[in-house]
Design a protein around this ligand. Sequence first.
Ligand code: ZN
Length: 150
Amino acid sequence: MIDCDDRIRLDAYHDGELSPAERSDLEAHLRDCPSCAAELAAIRGMSGAFADATPREPSHEQLLELAASVRAEPSEARILLRLFRVTAVAAAVLLSSALAAAAYLSHRTEAAAHEAMVLDHVATGSQSLVLATDRAQWIADDLRGAQEER
Ligand SMILES: [Zn+2]
């Protein structure tokens, strides 16, 4: 029976995580269900193989080795963390300059609007570089005049 409900409890049984009542319940079921009995045997065989291949707890020396290797070459997670910090700093700088620019512009809205209008004229009106240069000179004169009026 592949879909036997008790199969999902076999791991818990094997690890000793079931209550005494659940244990005796499952043990009774194992006598009647060859599928679960085979599954439990497989789990026991697998954990036995694992126990042979690797120690269950890393030794003190292994932990020291692991710590040394982590310190020696930064893992990808550390690189990502560093990148994230740099990005966060850059974002903070950008944000503060954007706020500073916004504060500056709010004081200079009128002048900025005038400048934008003039720049728009240049963008749509200039046919050649010479013309644009002439207009730039005119704009510079115009802006100087506008500021002198204040
Ligand atoms: Zn079963």
